[in-house]
Design a binder for this molecule. Structure first.
Ligand code: NAI
Ligand code: MG
Length: 398
């Protein structure tokens, strides 16, 4: 038995397809671990009224590191309608189990590396001044605050009287004071100093460790002064300890406008929850999209690594499977980094890079054709063939 235990949570749909592929790659690097299965997702919701069982929470509390595939999530009412008949009408309320895990274990930092692999046909290209084609090599790591901000869920339509009174204390609420309750919706944006401090310190430390020359705070402090302002203040303070790393600031709107103009100029990008969600998807789109986007959810104790994509139900039942396993495989490389196995992590990224550059084995997304069973006869690789190629490339790299 290996010393290390990893909680493997395949979840639903293609999560169940890509997670075993990542485990095959991890094993091929010589990384030794036992994978203990953690139940999570839609089937559990339908059959037991709870998509995140206590047994999975206990496993994560014990082993600290999880690999997560993807889950199917549906709006509250649709979710309630799909509960098995004997569970209907008992007050079960659906909530997303991955959001639940982030809150429960205070997985407050999400890191999303967005790195171009040379030769990836999905890389963003632009025209230079002389009409020449430029393919900027993007190497950005987005640090997104994962537990606060607008996504906390402290919000109301028709807010209670006490809340209204509290808001009325603010002079800028004056124009809204006579809006009838049912016509008034409030969502609050909560930042705390300890969380801001922790993410900026982690971001600067990461920049130094991974050779990035800048940390860019991407917020909107000129308008959202208190919350964006707090993150900005903490970044200034942290930057003093990192004279070797430049501290830049951009506004989220301008950053998205410049997204394609000079994405190669950025290193670590640091944002609150919502802007981090937006800017990480934006950068991921430049480097291959969902088949390549991996992310981590890192708390002080527990960390969970996942592809950004969801359960892609329309491809879940295809035999052979056609989805790209690279996002999940890159998530497992992030896990290795987290465990101090940087060499093995780098070897996985190197092997992925080689397979992408060789152009020999390509899943349908890399061929830029619509998904479906027929992609195989059109020359697309299966999920397993892509993994095999990566494993082969690991072996030849020695
Ligand atoms: P999705 O990410 O599952 O799929 C969107 C489309 O992206 C797919 O139809 C496919 O064309 C492409 N795609 C996704 N992963 C791919 C891969 N590995 N290789 C090649 N192509 C890939 O998002 P969608 O369809 O919006 O949601 C499906 C379900 O997943 C929903 O129930 C949603 O709530 C859930 N979801 C779960 C997430 C998670 O578990 N973290 C994240 C996003 C969505
Ligand atoms: Mg997102």
């Amino acid at each position: 038995m290996a010393d290390r235990r990893i909680v493997a949570m395949p979840g639903d749909g293609i999560g169940r397809i890509v997670l075993p592929e990542a485990i095959r790659v991890l094993a091929a690097t010589g990384f030794e671990a036992d994978y203990v299965h953690g139940d999570i997702g839609w089937e559990l919701w339908c059959n037991e009224g709870n998509p995140l069982p206590q047994s999975t929470i206990d496993l994560l509390a014990e082993h600290k590191v999880g690999l997560f595939g993807a889950i199917t999530s549906k709006p509250k009412d649709e979710a309630a309608a799909e509960l098995s008949p004997e569970l209907q009408g008992q007050g079960h309320i659906y909530y997303s189990p991955i959001v639940g895990l982030r809150q429960l274990f205070d997985l407050d930092i999400s890191i999303r590396p967005c790195r171009s692999f040379p030769g990836n046909p999905l890389n963003f290209v632009r025209k230079g001044a002389g009409g020449q084609i430029e393919e900027p090599m993007v190497n950005v790591a987005v640090f997104r605050q994962n537990t606060e901000g607008l996504y906390v869920g402290v919000e109301w339509t028709d807010p209670p009287e006490e809340v209204r009174r509290a808001f009325e204390m603010h002079p800028k609420f004056a124009p809204f004071k006579d809006v009838p309750g049912p016509d008034l919706a409030l969502s609050t944006r909560i930042f705390t100093r300890p969380a801001c401090r922790r993410i900026v310190e982690e971001a600067f430390a990461y920049a130094r460790r991974h050779g990035y020359r800048s940390v860019t705070v991407c917020e909107k402090p000129n308008v959202i002064r208190e919350t964006s302002g707090m993150l900005e203040q903490e970044a200034r303070a942290a930057a003093e300890k990192y004279p070797d790393i430049e501290r830049w600031s951009t506004n989220i709107d301008a950053q998205t406008m410049w997204l394609t103009k000079n994405p190669e100029d950025y290193g670590v990008i640091l944002s609150g929850n919502m802007f981090g969600d937006i800017i990480s998807d934006a950068f991921a789109g430049l480097v291959g999209g969902l088949g390549f986007a991996a992310s981590s959810n890192v708390g002080r104790e527990v960390a969970i690594f996942e592809p950004t994509h969801g359960s892609a139900p329309k491809y879940a039942g295809l035999e052979p499977s056609i989805v790209n396993p690279i996002a999940m495989i890159l998530a497992s490389a992030m896990m290795l980094d987290h465990l101090g196995e940087e060499e093995r992590a780098a070897s996985i990224r190197g092997a992925v890079g080689k397979v992408v550059a060789e152009e020999r084995v390509r899943t349908y997304d890399l061929l830029k054709i619509p998904g479906g069973a027929s992609v195989i006869e059109k020359g697309a690789a299966t999920t397993q063939q892509m993994t095999d190629a990566i494993i082969e490339s690991l072996a030849t790299a020695g």
